[in-house]
Design a protein around this ligand. Structure first.
Ligand SMILES: Cc1ncc(COP(=O)(O)O)c(C=O)c1O
Length: 420
């Protein structure tokens, strides 16, 4: 593809705006995999973030900061909403949120009629689990490696509605998709009604074969809820191609939106079957997903920043971002994986992970490892000490603003700690 063709696309035109047309033209012809290693290009992207010099931020899994252009747009929206006050809320609030929803639906590859904007994955998953028409004795299937609070939501449902939760344990380094699919299949009984699966396991970064699990579950008459908290905008896919019934994600993780933004996808024919948590005038139309989206008065300026975050994400380009994130993860994991006393809690097959990986050192408690990394090496990570999930290590999550020389500091640190 020549420069003219590249600049002809919206995303490429956006990049030329961010980088300057001359700089962008230098990179335009590079294939995604080559661009993933081009430090001059990523230095220009890094310059769009305000990074705290006190530590190397390898914990973008919890919340990834907004790029400066998004943050500035967000702050302007805060001012504007405050300025217009109730006039804004009574006039343009609803159409503005609908416009943001349309853009998100385009990114997710689904119909806007199947998507609503929530505050986070927690709210999206709770909307499904609490809204499900459970009968006493119904069963649900999930994994020990799913996010703790989502599992707690199922335990709460068990207490309230008398459902039975069946938990599988996903191996850290599976040999095949089928091995995982069979695990889930083995937990399904004639009483199973809902299966929850993480698109990416948060403590290990493992990407799950969601489509195959969904097909297997559907063949047994079981609905599928996907926890996509970490997947959305980290790597490229559309929600419908996953074949699930419900999909939940947070936008303040990989899309770089302000805190408190998420999505809930409900396949069109599944909307009627969910009870809303909040009463809403739209609840009489059982097929309107907005019946599930009553929020009361809330910080609407967060919703207004979504379009800016999408624009920034798309100017980098989903494929370029995914390739860079995978490159960064492999850059450091390939160096530490063979070391004595080091345990990688992330699959060896590069297709089964992206930005996130987890590393432990034998004989060093995860908390102590995270503390040493921060205090001695200036590296910010997240300790994971989860017996049920079988994961003991620190989660390492580089974002697009991280550069290899920072990961070299991590590699040196792990090497020294593992040798001590
Ligand atoms: C797999 C998974 N699910 C759900 C959540 C909850 O996300 P939020 O706090 O944005 O609702 C997280 C948070 O890290 C997560 O990792």
């Amino acid at each position: 593809m020549n420069k003219r063709e590249f600049l002809g696309t919206t995303a490429a035109a956006g990049l030329s705006l961010i980088l300057g047309e001359r700089v962008w033209a230098r990179f335009a012809a590079l294939p995604v995999e080559r661009l993933a290693e081009d430090e001059a290009f990523w230095a220009a992207i890094r310059a769009k973030y305000r990074l705290k010099p006190d530590y190397i931020n390898l914990e973008s899994g919890y919340y990834s900061m907004q790029a400066t252009p998004v943050l500035e747009a967000f702050i302007a929206k805060v001012r504007e909403v405050n300025y217009q006050a109730s006039y804004y809320l009574r006039t343009t609030q609803v159409p503005d949120k609908a416009a943001a929803r349309d853009k998100l639906a385009a990114l997710a590859g689904c119909s806007p009629a199947e998507l609503c904007i929530t505050r986070n994955t927690t709210e999206s998953i709770t909307t499904v689990v609490s809204g499900f028409d459970w009968q006493r004795g119904d069963e649900a299937v999930m994994a020990e490696q799913d996010y703790g609070h989502m599992l707690a939501q199922f335990r709460l449902t068990a207490r309230r509605h008398g459902i039975v939760n069946k938990l599988v344990s996903v191996p850290v380094d599976p040999k095949s998709d089928d091995e995982i699919v069979q695990l889930y299949a083995g937990a399904i009984t004639p009483r199973t009604r809902l299966l929850m699966v993480s698109h990416m396991i948060n403590v290990t970064g493992q990407i799950m074969p969601v489509r195959k699990i969904a097909d297997m579950a559907h063949a047994r008459g079981v609905d599928v809820l996907v926890d996509g908290a970490h997947a959305f905008a980290q790597f490229v896919y559309t929600v419908p191609e996953l074949g699930c019934d419900y999909y939940a994600a947070s936008l303040h993780k990989w899309l770089g939106c302000p805190l408190g933004t998420g999505i809930l996808y409900v396949r069109r024919d599944k909307i009627a079957g969910l009870w809303p948590i909040y009463g809403d005038h739209r609840m009489n139309d059982d097929t309107d997903i907005m019946k599930l989206n009553h929020t009361g008065t809330h910080p609407v300026h967060t919703d207004l920043a979504i379009a800016h975050a999408i624009a920034f994400h798309e100017t980098i380009g989903g494929q370029r971002k995914e390739a860079r994130l995978r490159y960064l993860q492999n850059y450091w994991t390939n160096k530490v994986r063979p070391l004595a006393n080091v345990v990688l809690n992330t699959p060896t097959d590069p297709a089964r992970s992206c930005a996130i990986a987890n590393v432990g050192v034998k004989g060093v408690a995860p908390d102590a490892l995270a503390k040493t990394l921060l205090e001695k090496y200036g590296i910010w990570t997240n300790a994971v000490d989860n017996d049920a999930a079988g994961v003991h290590g620190v989660r390492v999550t580089p974002h697009v603003f991280i550069v290899p020389r920072e990961l070299d500091v991590l590699v040196r640190a792990i090497r020294e700690i593992a040798r001590a």
